[in-house]
Design a protein around this ligand. Structure first.
Ligand code: CP
Ligand code: NVA
Length: 307
């Protein structure tokens, strides 16, 4: 059966662990898996801008023996001109996998329904599951385990990163605490889903209306931009609404003394995080950015085997 990775719980906890194990293996031996030997082509479609995702998937496909085809949707027939279903049918006959960064999550579901090959969400308005795999790999490398650790996400708790932390880290058996101001709290449906997953895997989920409750005694502290792609017009209002949510050295003191700081990047120093923290001793952001490559290679190799 063709499998897809559109959201964090499209895989089981055991499958997530297996993908992370293979990511560690591929980090040690980068050319040891060659599922795209031929070379087979993998389509990377971008409706939104990207640096890390574009580079890590392009390099990852090449490392796996394949050829990456980068499609900017603006210069293709997609984006209102041709339907997602028809695009899926055309691509599915020629490429081995489809990686798509887009706006509405429903588009990814339509692509998956019609493509006949694995589809990977490389960020939608609702989820960024590939980033979470990279983050889990980074946490494992620095802490030696995942289950039982407390991860605190402070900032826009209603965005794609917050959703993916809630679901993906609950699946890993972690204790997930998120904090966002009024109007930026996670959707009830996401929280309920994360709670069910956490119950099953020994983790927990907590939602706070201020940063201190969430960050206290955290093993991992994370944040993300307050203004996601597509929300640029709301910038002035958001900067006001997120006052008091900057992760600075003072706030970091509430976390465990050996806590690590992560950020999916791009970061806006002085807004969601101070330069002192993101460029300081707790920060592991460059390991995290590199791990996009290893985690996604493991994901693509694993998906290729399920098809
Ligand atoms: N973190 C992340 O997805 O970065 P890009 O937007 O640069 O791809
Ligand atoms: N929440 C951010 C993540 C960027 C990688 C956005 O969607 O723009």
């Amino acid at each position: 059966m063709v499998r897809h990775f559109l959201k964090d719980d499209d895989i089981t906890a055991a499958e997530q662990a297996e993908i992370l194990r293979r990511a560690l293996e591929l980090k040690q031996a980068p050319y040891s898996a060659r599922p795209f030997e031929g070379p087979k082509t993998v389509a990377l479609i971008f409706d939104k801008t990207s640096t890390r995702t574009r580079v890590s998937f392009a390099v990852g496909v090449a490392d796996l023996g394949g050829s990456p085809l980068i499609i900017d949707s603006q210069s293709s027939q997609m984006g209102g001109k041709e339907s997602v279903a028809d695009t899926a049918r055309v691509l599915g006959r020629q490429v081995a996998q489809i990686i798509w960064r887009t706006y509405a999550h429903a588009g990814l579901e339509e692509m998956a329904q019609h493509a006949g090959v694995p589809v990977i969400n490389s960020l939608s308005d609702d989820y960024h599951p590939c980033q979470i795999l990279a983050d889990l790999l980074t946490i494992f490398e620095h802490k030696g385990k995942l289950a039982g650790l407390k991860i605190a996400y402070i900032g826009d708790a209603a965005n794609n990163m917050a959703n993916s932390y809630l679901i993906g880290c609950a699946l890993a058996g972690m204790n997930v605490a998120v904090a966002g101001p009024a109007g930026y709290q996670p959707d009830h449906g996401i929280v309920a889903r994360a709670e069910l997953i956490a119950d099953k895997h020994g983790g927990s989920v907590e939602v706070f209306g201020e940063p201190i409750g969430a960050i206290t005694d955290a093993d991992i502290v994370v944040t993300d931009t307050w203004i996601s792609m597509g929300q640029e017009a709301e910038k002035a209002k958001r900067l006001e609404d997120f006052a008091g949510y900057t992760i600075d050295a003072e706030l970091m003191k509430r976390a465990k003394s050996d806590a690590i700081f992560m950020h999916c990047l791009p970061a806006y120093r002085g807004y969601e995080v101070s330069a002192e923290v993101i460029d300081g001793p707790h920060s592991v952001i460059w390991d995290e950015a590199e791990n996009r490559l290893h985690a996604q290679k493991a994901l693509m190799a694993w998906l290729a085997e399920q098809a």
